[in-house]
Design a protein. Structure first.
Length: 319
């Protein structure tokens, strides 16, 4: 039951429902927008792990059924909220499925909802919008690590300069390399070797690294759910309270988290389960990828931001 007080409108209010269909989670948010100001009023997330239903490039019938169920639930939520606009968009998992068109057709027939499939360049544009909103520098790199892919964007003189998308998201990496709950030391080395090979093989990543060394004041912004989870985890280790829109740390913070996992695995599992139990298997693989990419780029100062692709979509397409 939705509290009617939450949905109370003032003059000029618009309600916008955004559904982000990712590789790891399906996340719906209702925003109240008025004269450029935005407020989250409803939030629903399900750890669907859609990418885990893809085998040999095919999204299984079970995965499509799960997708239909979640889309129907969010569509009902948006209807009850009397949203003025709704936008269902999908990223890496559906993008990589061979039977993507068929899956989208079935969802449309079963639910009446048309899902918008966004490509890596569009995703990077939305990440850029989210980063720019929180950025005080003219030059910056944004890294959005999702369940299926990593988006890397370079902002130069306040404008999007270049971007790339690499299939090394935390759930994709977990499924490919990890046999148990957490990566072993051997599996960790294999993950690092693999993702560094991806980075070295990508001409845009090499170009971003080169430009980072020449541009002045080029900080690295960490975007997305894995980044926010890292911020929560690190604050807990440092016994710090949250609340900041931007959480700044140096490059050693990622190594610190990895070291704590190695030294006291039981405590880290306990803390992960307490803070974000849905990420108990994918958090550490995500940290490994983040550390590898920041080392590759030579990042020094890291900034974790709350905003992500949904806020980028909101800014770019609905405000």
């Amino acid at each position: 039951m939705i509290d009617s007080k939450i949905l109370r409108r003032r003059k000029g209010d618009r309600f916008i429902g955004l559904a982000d269909i990712g590789s790891n989670t399906i996340h719906g948010v209702v925003y109240k927008v008025n004269n450029g100001d935005t407020t989250k009023i409803l939030n629903h997330k399900d750890s669907t792990e859609l990418i885990s239903y893809i085998c040999a490039g095919i999204l299984s019938d079970e995965g499509i059924d799960r997708l239909c169920s979640e889309v129907k639930q969010l569509d009902d939520l948006f209807r009850l909220s009397e949203c003025d606009e709704v936008d269902f968009f999908a990223t890496s998992a559906l993008r990589s499925a061979v039977n993507c068109d068929e899956a989208l057709r079935i969802v449309r027939e079963e639910t009446g909802v048309c899902i918008r499939l966004i490509d890596g360049k569009q995703e990077a544009r939305y990440d850029y919008m989210a980063m720019k909103k929180n950025c005080c520098e003219k030059n910056a790199v944004g890294l959005d690590l999702g369940g299926g892919s990593l988006q890397a964007v370079l902002m130069e003189n306040g404008e999007l300069s270049r971007s790339t998308s690499l299939e090394c998201g935390c759930l994709r990496i977990y499924n490919a390399f990890v046999k148990g709950i957490l990566p072993t030391e051997t599996e960790t080395r294999e993950i690092i070797e693999y993702v560094k090979y991806l980075f070295e093989s990508d001409i845009v990543m090499r170009s971003i690294r080169k430009d980072m060394n020449t541009l002045s004041g080029c900080s690295t912004y960490m975007i997305g759910g894995t980044a926010r989870a890292f911020g929560k985890f690190h604050r807990a280790l440092e016994d710090m309270s949250g609340g900041k829109r931007v959480y700044s740390v140096d490059e050693g913070a990622l190594k610190q988290v990895m070291d704590v996992y190695r030294e006291d695995e039981g405590y880290c599992v306990y803390l992960t389960n307490k803070l974000f139990p849905e990420r108990i298997c994918t958090f550490l693989p995500g940290i490994i990828v983040f550390r590898a990419v920041t080392e590759f780029l030579g990042s020094r100062e890291l900034r974790v931001i709350r905003d992500g692709i949904r806020e980028g979509v909101l800014q770019h397409d609905h405000i």
